[in-house]
Design a protein around this ligand. Sequence first.
Ligand SMILES: NC(=O)c1ccc[n+]([C@@H]2O[C@H](COP(=O)([O-])OP(=O)(O)OC[C@H]3O[C@@H](n4cnc5c(N)ncnc54)[C@H](OP(=O)(O)O)[C@@H]3O)[C@@H](O)[C@H]2O)c1
Length: 256
Amino acid sequence: MHSLGILGVGELTEKVVMGLRSSGFDGAILLSPRNAQRAEALAHTQGCQVLPSNQAVVDQAELVMLGVRPAALAQLASEVRLRPGQRLVSLAAGVGLAQLQAAFPAAHCVRVMLSYAAQHNQATVVVCPPDVPTEQGLGALGNLVVLQDEAAFELATVAACMNGWFYFLLHDLQQWLTDKGLPAAEARALVLGNLHDCVTSAQRQPEHTLKALGQAIATPGTFTADGLAVLMHQPVSASWGAACEVVLDGLLTRSR
Ligand SMILES: NC(=O)c1ccc[n+]([C@@H]2O[C@H](COP(=O)([O-])OP(=O)(O)OC[C@H]3O[C@@H](n4cnc5c(N)ncnc54)[C@H](OP(=O)(O)O)[C@@H]3O)[C@@H](O)[C@H]2O)c1
């Protein structure tokens, strides 16, 4: 990728730009003018150019990233015309390839899902369908997961929401420790440290299921097992499942 155009300079595309620059990408990054203050700040700190119109971004960019919210997509589509075969990488959650193709008929549309960890080059970067230029262009933002079909991509979007929900779970666990008297910084370090221990162990032992790894710790008679017995009798995981179902319903409704 020689140049990236961004249509919709917002929370997520800002992190994409930061991640690309920190990975060493030195090609042109061309920003749409709306949300001028944010675009100017990004241009200043990350060496980007703010162009006078969305069409100017499309005209000068090799790969175009769509960073507007789904509700703004129709308006944006009416403002631009892509070149035949030009890559349009959409971040819009729940907007299917058929909808994208109808809105941007000339473009080669690809869907991507990622999190704010893109700014630290540590995001899970989901690409659908497989597309080498997109994978090469955005792979530096983290770990690529390339999916063939959109049904799997909608599930990956639910998984991306889990990323946001985890913060609230972690907050509650930190809060319990601070309520018991631990300073906030230590409570945070303990919660994040133990989560990190768990993630590291799971990643290093892909041959074991996540449940088996937990069971190997929560053996009978351990304190872990005592607490687990309480967790299993309260509907916490049921709530998480219900949240997943609500999001998936919303995504499927929107993408049809
Ligand atoms: N945030 C996340 O964690 C996350 C995660 C995964 C996927 N996504 C997807 O990423 C997309 C962006 O999300 P976000 O949270 O970054 O949204 P956001 O902060 O609201 O950014 C969207 C930006 O697009 C601008 N915009 C709207 N219409 C435009 C137009 N016609 N031309 C140029 N710019 C226009 C908005 O300007 P105004 O503010 O002036 O309207 C705003 O600056 C969404 O489609 C969302 O589904 C977000």
